[in-house]
Design a protein around this ligand. Structure first.
Ligand code: PLP
Length: 389
């Protein structure tokens, strides 16, 4: 169906941070399949894990014990402090599980019409419940009536949440991204999640953190919430968890740890041996190579170097980032920059109209990082010069 306005390019091969189109032209990939291929394309250990598991066992069913699923759940919990995991096949499904958990929590506690606080400018997926949770008119348009039970608040505004707490008696949870990705790489004030944790504790709400884009090392720690020294009740993960193999996960702890009971939720494919063994190997490679720390370091260098290159350029409003989640904000919309960058051999993204979003593989080499800064800065300068002439 016509769901994407596709660009006229097909990539036929990938290796590390590089993609090659059907004509053999090379592109430096600063998008990684939208924060998916955090280890780069066709990492040999991931290729090996997929091949070996595919030759052994691909799928059974969740009605049986699945050792590969248990292994992955143990690694996820060990690296996050969470307690239990439900496996899905995508981010939206992981958030669906989170939303169902919040409702179950409310209903079990006798709350009439349990509601979840969600943020303006957020993105949580394209299923009916997750698009309703999403704070974007563009995502809602045409799909009304939206799923009820969501109360919207401005992002990075603790006072707004406190005022909802003072006036509502049916809130059961907050669902929040640690950095808004689709919304334009919006980085909240340090301590934001910690303050939300405190409000949730005070009001007996669940803190549910959507780490689908920010997780698996992207912002410089395994999950972004860990930089605030807190433990959420629910965490959703997907995207980079499988480095391209579709898999999602909804992790629970504390008040949400044991809410689901047999019959409450399920998935035919979720947690199959192939996806789980791949994701398990992704975590091994991430940890063995210290990629969380590397993401922090390379990300800071990229922001510093882009800031130097673009310092005196009229039309560039801000360069910001958290780990390898980088935004360059222009003062006008710039969707055409994606095609201009492709001509220059760069894969980038523009989101929220005027934000150039970079989500490169976490193991981007220093040479490739320099190439990215030099080439993309030149593309941006040329674009702004054309726009102003
Ligand atoms: N939540 C966040 C923060 C996302 O960035 C995305 C995808 O961009 C989703 C949820 C939805 O994930 P999926 O496309 O795997 O359903």
């Amino acid at each position: 169906m016509n769901t994407y306005a596709r660009l006229p390019i097909e990539f036929s091969r990938g290796e590390g941070s590089w993609l090659y189109d059907t004509d053999g032209k090379a592109y430096l990939d600063a998008l990684a399949g939208i924060a998916v291929c955090n280890l780069g394309h066709c990492h040999p250990k991931i290729t090996q894990a997929i091949s070996a598991q595919a030759a052994t066992l691909v799928h059974t069913s969740n009605i049986y014990h699945i050792g590969r699923q248990q292994e992955l759940a143990d690694k996820l919990c060990k690296n996050s402090g969470m307690e239990n995991v439900f496996f899905s096949n995508s981010g939206a499904e992981a958030n669906e599980a989170a939303i169902k958990l919040a409702r179950l929590y409310g209903n079990k506690n006798g709350i009439d019409k349990p509601s979840i606080i969600v943020m303006e400018n957020s993105f949580h997926g394209r299923t009916l419940a997750t698009l309703s949770a999403t704070g974007s008119r563009k995502v809602h348009a045409g799909f009304e009536p939206l799923v009820s039970g969501f109360v919207r608040a401005p992002y990075n505004n603790v006072a707004a949440i406190e005022s909802i707490a003072a006036t509502s008696n049916n809130i059961v949870a907050i669902l929040v991204e640690p950095v808004q990705g689709e919304g334009g790489v919006i980085i909240p004030t340090a301590g934001y999640l910690k303050q939300l944790r405190e409000i949730c504790d005070k009001n007996n709400w669940l803190l549910m953190v959507d780490e689908i884009q920010t997780g698996i090392g992207r912002t410089g720690s395994f999950f972004a919430f860990q930089q605030e020294g807190i433990l959420p009740d629910v965490v959703s993960s997907a995207k980079a968890l499988g480095n391209g193999m579709p898999i999602g996960a909804c992790l629970t702890a504390k008040k949400a740890a044991n809410l689901f009971q047999p019959g409450n939720h399920g998935s035919t494919f979720g947690g199959n041996p192939l996806a789980c063994h791949t994701a398990s190997t992704v975590i091994d490679v991430l940890l063995e190579n210290n990629l969380c720390a590397l993401a922090k370091q390379t990300g800071e260098q990229l922001v510093a170097n882009f800031s130097i290159h673009l310092a005196a350029v009229a039309g560039v409003k801000e360069v910001r980032g958290k780990g390898m989640m980088i935004g360059i904000e222009l003062d006008t919309d710039c969707p055409e920059l994606v095609s201009k960058a492709l001509v220059a051999g760069l894969v980038i993204n523009v989101t929220a109209g005027n934000i150039i979003r970079l989500l490169p593989p976490l193991n981007l080499s220093n040479d490739d990082a320099s190439t990215l800064v030099e080439k993309l800065s030149a593309v941006i300068c040329e674009h702004l010069a054309d726009a102003n002439s």
